[in-house]
Write a protein that binds this ligand. Structure first.
Ligand code: PLP
Length: 414
C-alpha cells in the first residue's frame, strides 16, 4: 500500500486530531482526554465514511454474487487482504485470514493446528505477561490433550528472563505463543530471538501482535514467526475484525476450523471437500463492512507515517513517565528498556478503580483493573493497575491534564 502522495506531510497534530470526530466531544463538561487506546483506539472520519459508504452504495454479500454490487463488495474486501499483506510484509495474500480479532485468531490456531499437533506430554510455552486470550485457549488444549503449559518468568521491570526461557525449551516443546508487546506493562519482547531459539528446538511460534502492530513495523517474514495475530480495532479500524497470519505451508496442513458456507469446495451428504486458502478458514458471511473499512485505517497509518507516529508516541511515553514519577506515592509497574506507549501504575493506599472514576469525572479515560492479565497482576502482588496508553492523536497537554487529575484524585482519596 503506497502512501497517498497528496496527503504525505509533516506530523501535524492538529490536522491529525481533526480527523477523529470523537476527540471534539466533552465528557462530564470537559474536553475528552482519551488514554484507553490499548483497549481500543478511536476511529478517523475516513474509516467511519468507508463503513457508511459500503452500506449506502454497495452493500452485498461477497464472493458468490455475479451482480455489480457483489463484485464491488468482493473487490473492496479482497483489497483489504492485499493491504494487510503489504502492511505486515507477508509473502502471499493466502496467508492472511480474516477473523473477529486476536482472540479468535489464537483460538483458530489452538483448535486446528493445536488439535492436530499437540499430544499428551507435549509442552507449550507462554509467558507471565500474556493476555488471557493467549493463556486460556492453550489451557483448554493442554487439558484436553494432557499437554503441559510452561511459563517464562519475568523480572521486576517486566522483562522476560530469557535465560529461563532457554532452559524451558526442549524436545517436548511444540509451541511457543508469546505476546509481542504487553498490554499491561508496555514491554516489547525480543520476539526475533524467541523465535530463533524456538525454531532451533523444533517448536512453532505464534506471536500475539494485538498491541505491537499499531506501534511497531511488522515484518512477519523477517521475524520468521509461524503465526501472527492482531485486531483491527487497535489500529484505528473497526471492531469485530482481526487477522490471523500463518505461513502457507502450515495453514495448508491444518484441518479446517468452522464448517459452513464459503470454506467448502464441494458438499455431498457422503463427503465434503474444502476450499483453498484463505477461504478454507473463513466460513460464513464475514464482517464485510468492517474488513473493507480496515483498509482505510491502514491507509491512515501509512499516510501519517509509522516512523513519525512512533516518535510522537515515544515522546509522550517519556514525558508521561517523568510527570508520573514525580507524584508521591505513585509507582509505575513496568519499566522495561523497550516499551510501547503504555504506562501502568498504582498509587499507595488507593484502589485503581477509585482513581479511574475521579479521572473520568475530569473527562480523562484510562483503564483500571487487571487488563485481562490476572497472572501478571499476581506476579506483582497487586489486584490491578491504572493504565494510560497513548495514540497518534494524544498530546503533552493531555498528559499534563492527567498529572493534574492524579494530584487532585490522590488528595481527595487521602
Ligand atoms: N492480546 C493482547 C496483548 C491484547 O492487548 C488484547 C486486547 O486487549 C488481546 C490479545 C485480545 O484482543 P481482542 O479482544 O481484540 O481479540
Amino acid at each position: 500500500m503506497m502512501p497517498s502522495p497528496t496527503i504525505k506531510k509533516p506530523f501535524d497534530i492538529t490536522a491529525i486530531r481533526e480527523q477523529f470526530p470523537v476527540l471534539s466531544r466533552e465528557v462530564k463538561g470537559r474536553s475528552l482526554v482519551y488514554f484507553d487506546n490499548a483497549a481500543t483506539s478511536q476511529k478517523p472520519q475516513q474509516v467511519i465514511d468507508a463503513l457508511v459508504n459500503y452500506y449506502t452504495t454497495y452493500n452485498a454479500n461477497i464472493h458468490r454474487g455475479i451482480h455489480t454490487l457483489a463484485e464491488e463488495a468482493t473487490a473492496a474486501f479482497e483489497e483489504t487482504r492485499d493491504a494487510v499483506q503489504e502492511f505486515i510484509h507477508a509473502s502471499a495474500r493466502e496467508e492472511i485470514i480474516f477473523t473477529r480479532g486476536t482472540t479468535e485468531s489464537i483460538n483458530l490456531v489452538a483448535y486446528t493446528w493445536g488439535r492436530q499437533n499437540i499430544k499428551s506430554g507435549d509442552e507449550i510455552i507462554i509467558s507471565t505477561m500474556e493476555h488471557h486470550s493467549n493463556i486460556v485457549p492453550w489451557q483448554i488444549l493442554c487439558e484436553e490433550k494432557g499437554a503441559i503449559l510452561r511459563v517464562i518468568p519475568i523480572n521486576d521491570k517486566g522483562e522476560l528472563l530469557m535465560d529461563e526461557y532457554s532452559k524451558l525449551l526442549n524436545s517436548r516443546t511444540k509451541l511457543v505463543s508469546i505476546v509481542h508487546a504487553s498490554n499491561a506493562l508496555g514491554t516489547i519482547n525480543p520476539v526475533r530471538q524467541i523465535i530463533e531459539e524456538a525454531h532451533s528446538a523444533g517448536a512453532v511460534v505464534l506471536v500475539d501482535g494485538a498491541q505491537s502492530t499499531v506501534h511497531l513495523d511488522i515484518d512477519v517474514q523477517e521475524m520468521d514467526c509461524d503465526f501472527f495475530a492482531f485486531s483491527a480495532h487497535k489500529l484505528y479500524g473497526p471492531t469485530g475484525t482481526g487477522i490471523l497470519y500463518g505461513k502457507k505451508r502450515l495453514l495448508e496442513s491444518m484441518p479446517v476450523f468452522l464448517g459452513g458456507g464459503e470454506m467448502i469446495r464441494e458438499v455431498t451428504f457422503a463427503k465434503t471437500t474444502y476450499n483453498d486458502l484463505p477461504y478454507k478458514f473463513e466460513a460464513g458471511t464475514p464482517n464485510i463492512a468492517d474488513v473493507i473499512a480496515f483498509k482505510t485505517a491502514l491507509q491512515f497509518i501509512e499516510d501519517t507515517g509509522k516512523e513519525k507516529i512512533r516518535k510522537h508516541e515515544h515522546e509522550l511515553l517519556e514525558y508521561a513517565t517523568k510527570q508520573l514519577e514525580e507524584i508521591p506515592g505513585l509507582r509505575i509497574i513496568g519499566s522495561a528498556r523497550e516499551k510501547v506507549s503504555v504506562i501502568s501504575f498504582i498509587v499507595d493506599n488507593t484502589h485503581p478503580q477509585d482513581i479511574g472514576i475521579l479521572l473520568d469525572n475530569r473527562g480523562i479515560a484510562v483503564r483500571t483493573g487487571h487488563h485481562c492479565a490476572e497472572p501478571l497482576m499476581q506476579r506483582f502482588g497487586i489486584p490491578g493497575t491504572i493504565r494510560a496508553s497513548f495514540a497518534v492523536y494524544n498530546t503533552k497537554d493531555e498528559v499534563d491534564e492527567l498529572a493534574i487529575g492524579l494530584h487532585k484524585a490522590i488528595k481527595m482519596l487521602s
